[in-house]
Structure formats: structure tokens, C-alpha cells
Write a protein that binds this ligand. Structure first.
Ligand SMILES: [Zn+2]
Length: 460
């Protein structure tokens, strides 16, 4: 993510204190010196939790762009003491200084470059995508006004619903040396580029609201830092709130399953039918007391270009055929206590097909977890009507296969759990996901609220 290839430490190990001299070279750059090479590099090292949670790899792309933009117009690095941060800050024209366009990098499509999952189908964008664009604008504005990314922290996230759309509402704390006027002015221009549909409005008392089509997505609370602050650290997620972690697409790799079972907190195994080790992984789950799901392949909207694999259900099947395929799949995963969908953006949107599946699961005493691969999924509504326990995925952990990004998604899931009482995170059997979970296991106080799905309250 960084142009500084000499630093190969993992994200979590990088010191984040403001004013750190990168690589022990030149004097430390103050947080407010965007034109200096060292400040830009320091900023690159300190992309914070919220930024990764917001955009993962795409943020890295943006930060790279910003760094490039910041470096281009800058004079050669000056070893002399840096000027006052506030004086150095304006790389952009002063607010209201004229019609000159701000020197922001050209608009791109953040997220468009994020690698698609090799196995899962792409996600519906929805409001969550616009929120990510707004997060980009916030990060851009922070860097352009010369602040360390740690000046911004997410105080609260809540999973909200608008029609079929589910999105994360955020309350963000932003600490600035002075009032918010200049920041807000630049943010408005950045929003016009990244998320033109977003509206920024003052809520009074140093608070601002960002809304999309009248739906508030962000509350920005501005404050001046306390005197003599300690090293800036992202605020830990509040404790409390139960978190279930489900690893999908299992059954290919027995060794991976063993490592997952060895984690000091429970992780739910979701095993695909037709995989080489599905029965062994199911037996391992039983031996190690891990919750087991059938990961049921279902027709995606991209079919036949995207293939859900063996044992899949399709909307063109007659109900008897659906029941037969489902029974055969369940027979391959003995001991499964529930089912979640693999792909299925088309099938879960089809009420007739889902009713057949849910009826069959109810008869067998199994629950359903909606992986939520389509905003139009009918699973939760139907399951409620039919009286079958149902859960819904809150966060995908590893759309970006990077340990740091996955850790940020874990933090997002933990915050969501704290805000709403419970959350479900879904990951995949990637080495990066396992590494992130291992690191999470070493963090004090972060694992005792991780439970199996069955310990969560169904949405019924
Ligand atoms: Zn899957």
C-alpha cells in the first residue's frame, strides 16, 4: 500500500504516534505538513482503523493517489525546521478565494479496483457504497488540510435499514486545531467529487450531518484536542455485544480447518457439498465442539457466467428437485445445525424457491443464516413468517485479502455488535483471514464475546 518498500512490518506493528520520523531519517514532520515527503509517508503508514474499515484496499489506492498528488507540487524536501502546521496546511486555495478549482486528484471509482472474490459473486452496491465514497471524501479532506488520519475516529456505527438497503450509520469525531469551517468547506468540494448525491448540513454546536437522499449517513462531531494529548490511538470498540464469526467455503482444506478449530474462540464452520474434505471437516467440527453449517450453493444473478458449484439450487428447479438436492447436500455435512447460502443473489430473491428451502429446514429443525448476497433477499422475511430461526450477515471480513483490512472489518463487526447487541461476520478460508483471527485472539478482552450463531438471538 505504501511507496516506502523498505518498511515491511505488518500494519498492526507500525507505530502510529504523530510526529514519528519515518525510517529514522529527517526530523519528524508535524502532522500538518502535507507538502513534505516525510509527512506524506507518515500519513501512508498511519491509515487508521476507520479508513480500512471503510474502504480497505480502495482506501490504499486513494491514499496512494493523494500521496502522489501531495508529492508532485512539493518542492524538494527541505531539511530545515518545518513551518507552522497551520501556515503550511493550505495546499488548496483558501475558502472563497476564487473560482479556481481545488487541486484534488481526479475522481476515480473507489472500490472499483478492489479484487472481486474469486469464489463469491459481487455484492450489490446500495447505500453502503455511497457511504464508502463519503468516507473517502472525509479521508481526503483530512489529508489535504494537513491532519494525521488519527484526528478522525469513529465513535459509533449502527446497522440501519432503508427499504431493502442496509447500511452503516456512523458518528465520527474529528479533532482539529481550530474550528471546522475550513475543513467543512473543503469537505463539501470533496463530496461533490466523490459522492455528489451527499448533502452536508450544519447541525449546530460544531456538529455536521451528511445525508444521502434525505437519509443521514454520518454525523460529524468537531472538537479541539485536549491539551498535551498522548499518542493518538484509534479508540477500541466498546465491549459488549455478541459476535459470531462464520467461515464459508470450507471443505477444500483440512489443515486450514484444523487451524481454525485451534483458535481460542469459537468459529462456525460452513462447509460446501461436493468438496474433497467435507466429511472430514464436519467430523473435525464435531470433535472440536465447533458449530457446523451446510454452505448451500444457490443460483447467483451472474449464472451461468458465475457457477455456484456442485449441489446448487436453481430457481428453474421444481420443488421436489430442490428438496432432493438439499437432502443430498445435508447428507454430505452430517451434524450441521443450520444452513447459509453460498452465492444465491438470484435464488434468495426468489420467494417461491426460498419457501421450499426454508420449509425443508424447518422440518429438520435447522436455522438459516442469510449471507445477504442480494439486497432483495427474501430469506429473513419468509423465515419470520414461517417461524424458522433466522440470522443475517452483518459484515464480510475479507472482501479485501489483507490482514490489516480484515482486522479493520473485525473491528467494524465488534462495533456493530456493541451498538446493536449482536453481529454476524462472514469470512473465507484465506491465509490472511486466519492470520487476522490469530492476531485478534492475542488482543486482550476482544475474544470473550465471540460466540456461535446459536447463542445469538434470531431475528424472528
Ligand atoms: Zn460461499
Amino acid at each position: 500500500m505504501s511507496d516506502d518498500t523498505s518498511d515491511t512490518r505488518p500494519e498492526g506493528a507500525r507505530p502510529g504516534a504523530p510526529g514519528e520520523a519515518p525510517g529514522g531519517a529527517a526530523p519528524a514532520a508535524a502532522p500538518g505538513a502535507p507538502g513534505s515527503r516525510s509527512a506524506a509517508r507518515a500519513a501512508l503508514r498511519r491509515v487508521p482503523a476507520w479508513a480500512w474499515a471503510a474502504g480497505g484496499l480502495a482506501v490504499a489506492v486513494l491514499v496512494g493517489m493523494l500521496a502522489a498528488a501531495a508529492l508532485r507540487p512539493a518542492p524538494p524536501a527541505d531539511p530545515a525546521p518545518l513551518p507552522d502546521p497551520q501556515a503550511a496546511a493550505p495546499a488548496l486555495p483558501a475558502p472563497g478565494a476564487g473560482a479556481e478549482a481545488p487541486a484534488l486528484p481526479p475522481a476515480a471509482q473507489p472500490g472499483a479496483d478492489a479484487p472481486a472474490l474469486p469464489y463469491e459473486e459481487p455484492q450489490d452496491p446500495g447505500l453502503e457504497r455511497t457511504i464508502r465514497q463519503i468516507d473517502f471524501a472525509l479521508l481526503e479532506t483530512l489529508l489535504f488540510t494537513g491532519y494525521d488520519p488519527h484526528a478522525m475516529t469513529i465513535r459509533e456505527t449502527r446497522l440501519e435499514t432503508r427499504g431493502e438497503d442496509r447500511y452503516h450509520f456512523q458518528v465520527v469525531d474529528i479533532e482539529l486545531e481550530n474550528g471546522p469551517e475550513r475543513f467543512v468547506d473543503i469537505l463539501a468540494r470533496s463530496l461533490a467529487k466523490w459522492a455528489p448525491e451527499a448533502a452536508l448540513a450544519s447541525g449546530g454546536q460544531g456538529s455536521y450531518t451528511v445525508a444521502v437522499a434525505g437519509v443521514p449517513t454520518h454525523v460529524l462531531e468537531f472538537a479541539t484536542p485536549a491539551p498535551a494529548p498522548g499518542p493518538a490511538e484509534p479508540r477500541p470498540a466498546r465491549r459488549g455485544g455478541l459476535l459470531a464469526i462464520v467461515i464459508d467455503d470450507m471443505g477444500q482444506d483440512l489443515r486450514y480447518a484444523r487451524e481454525l478449530a485451534a483458535l481460542p474462540f469459537p468459529v462456525t464452520f460452513s462447509v460446501l457439498p461436493g468438496t474433497p474434505h467435507n466429511r472430514e471437516v464436519a467430523a473435525l467440527a464435531a470433535r472440536s465442539g465447533r458449530e457446523l453449517l451446510l454452505h448451500l450453493p444457490m443460483e447467483p444473478k451472474g449464472w451461468p457466467g458465475i457457477n455456484p458449484g456442485p449441489g446448487a439450487l436453481f430457481t428453474f428447479m421444481v420443488p421436489d428437485e430442490m428438496r432432493r438436492v438439499l437432502a443430498a447436500d445435508l447428507a454430505e455435512i452430517p451434524g450441521a445445525v443450520g444452513v447459509n447460502n453460498h452465492m444465491g443473489s438470484r435464488f434468495t430473491s426468489d420467494a417461491d424457491g426460498m419457501a421450499v428451502v426454508l420449509d425443508e429446514l424447518r422440518a429438520r429443525g435447522l436455522f438459516f443464516l442469510d449471507s445477504l448476497t442480494a439486497q432483495g433477499s427474501t430469506a429473513v422475511r419468509l423465515a419470520r413468517e414461517m417461524g424458522l430461526p433466522v440470522y443475517r450477515r452483518s459484515v464480510f471480513l475479507d472482501n479485501v485479502r489483507d490482514v490489516g483490512a480484515i482486522t479493520r472489518q473485525m473491528e467494524k463487526a465488534a462495533r456493530s455488535a456493541a451498538a446493536t447487541g449482536q453481529a454476524v461476520a462472514i469470512g473465507h478460508p484465506y491465509p490472511e483471514t486466519l492470520e487476522a483471527l490469530k492476531q485478534w485472539a492475542r488482543r486482550e478482552g476482544r475474544t470473550e464475546t465471540i460466540v456461535h450463531l446459536k447463542e445469538l438471538k434470531p431475528l424472528n
